[in-house]
Design a protein around this ligand. Structure first.
Ligand SMILES: Cc1ncc(COP(=O)(O)O)c(C=O)c1O
Length: 387
């Protein structure tokens, strides 16, 4: 198998698994218990929080552990909006205004769509330009008196566009608007630090950087007022009730430390692979339409994405699977129907181009050799289907 779908998920690293093992076996205590096993769990939880806070360059108590980025995004967005409503309940017809882009992940897009449909928020979706990046001037003009929250995806999961986060952050900070960054795909690509992003809220998910699935975190800058979205035992400073997933948190911490140590070299390695892949496809598939920014500063080095309008994407995916190659399409299966990617449509692609697009995402296990091997097979299958 050649796995070229690291934006979907990454394998658990052996070092993360090793650190998790004691907590999956002998050290099974609940961090809220007062006896020895509980205290071991509590200390390990505190150590993980400390280590992550050092990397993010924030305070210990600004990190809330969650079950993944979907939960972090729900807590961040709903939490801010509920708080704004509470604070303004005396104002007649008050509706908070929220800004996002039109290329957000479903875990942001669908929350905001729901709240807008319910008339709970006024929602501006900033259109990205053809290269997948927002225009700062358009962002500035979209700000309103009642804007309480801006939520922006740092690195797009489908076509790798990197948004001008610190510029957006600076504008939000000046205007006292809460700035949330969905940084799930930024780990390993950008310096994931609060100072760099200039954000108040930041979501991460462990399994996107070789940690375990089902664990994530939300950074909440102290002073940021948000309402908890879960009621229970009051863990995680009341923001996220429920017994902490100690093994998962330890695994995520270790994976985060490993990536942090090595991310610049790893990013360069991926860039080399990205150039190889792009050149090979360009040379061999004349009808490929490239999606997202040019290779360079504004694009993740882990991603290439191209549309193949004359090919049926599903057939391509299945044939590649038979060849032992795992990739993604620019479409998502929803309720049994294949839907075109809203991200590729936002770039100006037609339904057909957005549906039949191939995404290759590289990672630690991708080598020049296995990539070239996969590319040969990909080209062969595309030519076969294009006949
Ligand atoms: C940009 C982005 N945000 C959020 C998520 C949601 O993460 P999870 O499924 O781990 O909750 C993903 C997952 O694909 C993502 O790519």
């Amino acid at each position: 198998m050649i796995y070229l779908d690291h934006a979907a998920t990454t394998p658990l690293s052996s070092s993360a698994l090793e650190e998790m093992m004691p907590f999956l076996t002998d050290e099974f205590g609940n961090a809220s218990s007062l006896y020895r096993q509980g205290q071991i769990a509590k200390e390990s939880l505190d150590d993980a929080r400390f280590s992550i806070s050092q990397i993010l360059d924030c305070n210990l108590d600004e990190i809330i552990f969650t079950s993944g980025a979907t939960e972090s995004n729900n807590l961040a967005l709903r939490g801010v909006i509920e708080n704004a409503q509470k604070k303004n309940e005396n104002k007649k017809n008050y509706i908070p205004h929220v800004i996002s882009t039109n290329i957000e992940h479903a875990s942001v897009k669908n929350i905001l769509q729901h709240l807008a449909d319910e008339k709970i928020i006024e929602w501006t979706t900033l259109p990205v330009e053809k290269n997948g990046i927002i225009d700062i001037e358009k962002f500035k003009t979209s700000l309103q008196e009642n804007t309480v929250l801006v939520s922006i995806i740092a690195v797009n999961n489908e076509m790798g566009a990197i948004q001008p986060l610190s510029r957006i952050g600076r504008i939000c900070n000046k205007k006292n608007i809460i700035f949330h960054v969905d940084a799930v795909q930024a780990v390993g690509q950008l310096k994931v630090s609060i100072e760099y992003f200039k954000c108040d809220l930041l979501s991460l998910s462990g399994h996107k950087f070789y940690g375990p699935k089902g664990v994530g975190m939300l950074f909440i800058k102290s002073g940021t007022e948000i309402e908890s979205q879960s009621i229970g035992g009051g863990q995680e400073r009341g923001y996220r009730s429920g017994t902490e997933n100690i093994a998962g948190i330890i695994g995520m911490k270790k994976a985060f430390e490993d990536i942090h140590e090595n991310w610049i070299a790893e990013r360069e390695k991926l860039q080399h692979l990205q150039h190889i892949a792009k050149k090979y496809i360009e040379k061999n598939i004349s009808f490929a339409l490239w999606n997202g920014p040019e290779i360079g500063e504004e694009r993740s080095t882990a991603n290439i994405n191209f549309s193949l309008p004359q090919i049926d994407g599903e057939s391509l995916l299945m044939r590649l699977d038979l060849e032992g190659i795992s990739v993604s399409l620019g479409s998502a299966c929803s309720a049994g129907m294949m839907e075109s990617s809203h991200v590729l449509l936002a770039l100006g692609r037609t339904e057909n181009e957005a549906k039949n697009a191939l995404r290759l995402t590289f990672g630690k296990s991708t080598t020049e050799e296995n990539l070239k091997n996969a590319l040969e097979k990909i080209v062969k299958v595309i030519h076969f289907l294009a006949k």
